[in-house]
Design a protein around this ligand. Structure first.
Ligand SMILES: Cc1cc2nc3c(=O)[nH]c(=O)nc-3n(C[C@H](O)[C@H](O)[C@H](O)COP(=O)(O)OP(=O)(O)OC[C@H]3O[C@@H](n4cnc5c(N)ncnc54)[C@H](O)[C@@H]3O)c2cc1C
Length: 423
């Protein structure tokens, strides 16, 4: 007891920056800071390699966005390339999106996250594992971060990369936690190919509006595993669906097996369910001496559930903005505001567009149906939807073309005219 109290009083000599959380957001923030010569400390409650409930699918464009990591990830992680995505509508209509090159990468989060943390370490960041942060105190001259076992760490600023239940976000007064309406419940299991396999290892399967629910079901083939699950908005799960997430997950995989999408047996030992922020980024992502990135800031595509890419992008921007602010000696919210300008410029429109799509499609299963039926008869429309989902095209800029192609689909009798006018 006395030892714990003595430990609690001892504050370690200050780092320049503390990053709470060593997932993709925290690792990229730490890597960026360390490369800029900033003394960086990463605190994570877990010990790496550790797992994170996730489908493990990332857009192929991550290699273009982070060229210096591409070769490293190919070597350090068993990356699998996906060339086709089969999208299925609530009524069972489906379309196969494909292109000449790969569309997505799939990988295991145990491997990806450990590799990214190792990269940050190699660049000079110190990583303290088994350090669960419970308190962040901000003062005029700096921050003190305390862990559950009484350790205290001081720095000039803190980056919150501590995921959907962020302690840093709350401590900075940026949010009291995501409201239920901004959350989804996602299930997953990552099962070895000799137990559960897929019909086509290069094709992802996504059931949009699965069973007419506001969400999706997915099957992602990996190099040596299959990752599959169901995600639905949390209010729908709590008020309408009910039941055990594991049961919905099991039924989804039984149906996928009946359709020939998977073969073999799911393994309940590999089942996990976790929350995912699907309501768009927080209104503010900086406060005095604080920046937040990744899931902590709500940076997730609101209708695909993709979050790893945005975590890496916002982690890097947070690291750059923090290094600039430390260099200028101004870690106030105003001094850190360039972070918000940076992420908004790169992914602001894309994330706002994803929320508009979610609100339309998740509330109207018949619209998801019409979109997939129209895309099935129009390869250009199909490619356009795929490019929007991959962040390579802007929904707003292409909305007239999409409307025209939907009209064409109605004229050809593929979808009813009602789909064009029903709200
Ligand atoms: C079932 C499911 C499937 C998904 N599928 C995909 C997918 O296929 N593709 C995709 O791109 N995204 C997917 N996502 C979303 C993706 O997992 C997240 O967006 C992504 O992990 C966010 O990265 P992050 O670094 O912000 O947070 P995280 O990966 O959650 O990392 C946070 C880190 O902070 C640590 N931490 C948390 N609290 C504390 C604390 N108090 N003190 C110290 N450390 C702490 C954790 O141990 C963890 O290491 C899925 C999510 C779920 C739930």
């Amino acid at each position: 007891m006395a030892r714990l109290a003595a430990r609690a009083r001892r504050v370690r000599p200050a780092a320049d920056a503390i990053v709470v959380g060593g997932g993709p957001a925290g690792a990229l923030a730490a890597l960026t800071l360390a490369r800029r010569g900033v003394g960086t400390l990463v605190l994570d409650t877990k010990r790496f390699p550790r797992d994170k409930p996730c489908g493990g699918g990332i857009r192929y464009g991550v290699y273009r966005r982070f060229p210096e990591l591409a070769g490293y990830l190919r070597e350090a992680v068993a990356v699998h390339e996906i060339r086709r995505v089969r999208m299925e509508s609530p009524s069972g209509a489906s379309v196969l999106a494909e292109s000449d090159g790969p569309l997505y990468l799939t990988l295991r989060r145990t491997e990806l996250d450990a590799a990214l943390v190792a990269r940050a370490r190699a660049a000079g960041a110190e990583v303290v594992e088994r350090a669960r942060v419970v308190e962040v105190e901000r003062r005029a001259e700096g921050v003190t971060v305390r862990t559950v076992d009484g350790r205290a760490f001081a720095a000039r600023l803190v980056i919150g990369a501590d995921g959907v239940n962020s302690v840093v976000v709350r401590a900075a007064g940026l949010s009291d936690g995501f409201p239920e309406a901004a959350l989804a419940l996602d299930t997953m299991e990552e099962t070895a190919l000799d137990e559960l396999s897929v019909a086509d290892p290069e094709t992802m399967y996504v059931a949009y509006g699965y069973k007419g629910w506001p969400g999706y079901g997915y099957v992602f083939p990996k190099r040596h595993h299959v990752d599959a699950g169901v995600g639905v908005l949390l209010p729908f799960f709590k008020r309408t669906l009910g039941g055990a997430p594991a049961e919905h997950h099991r039924r989804f995989l039984e149906e996928a097996a009946a359709k020939g999408v998977v073969r073999g047996r799911p393994n309940p030992d590999n089942f996990k369910a976790y929350r995912l922020p699907l309501g768009g980024p927080l209104a503010r992502t900086v406060a005095d001496r604080t920046l937040v990135c990744g899931d902590a800031g709500g940076f997730v595509n609101a209708y695909t559930g993709e979050g790893i890419y945005y975590a890496m992008v916002t982690g890097e921007h947070a690291g750059e903005a923090a290094a600039d602010a430390l260099g200028r000696g101004d870690c106030s919210a105003a001094g850190l505001a360039s972070y918000e300008a940076r992420w908004r410029r790169e992914i602001g429109a894309e994330l706002a567009g994803s929320l508009r799509i979610q609100r339309r499609l998740f509330a109207r299963p018949w619209l998801a149906d019409a979109v997939i039926r129209a895309a099935a008869g129009d390869p250009k429309l199909c490619r356009l939807f795929a490019r929007v989902a991959l962040g390579e095209d802007d929904l707003r800029a292409r909305r007239l073309e999409i409307a025209a192609r939907m009209l064409l689909a109605a004229l050809r009798g593929r979808i009813g005219f009602a789909a064009l006018v029903r709200r």
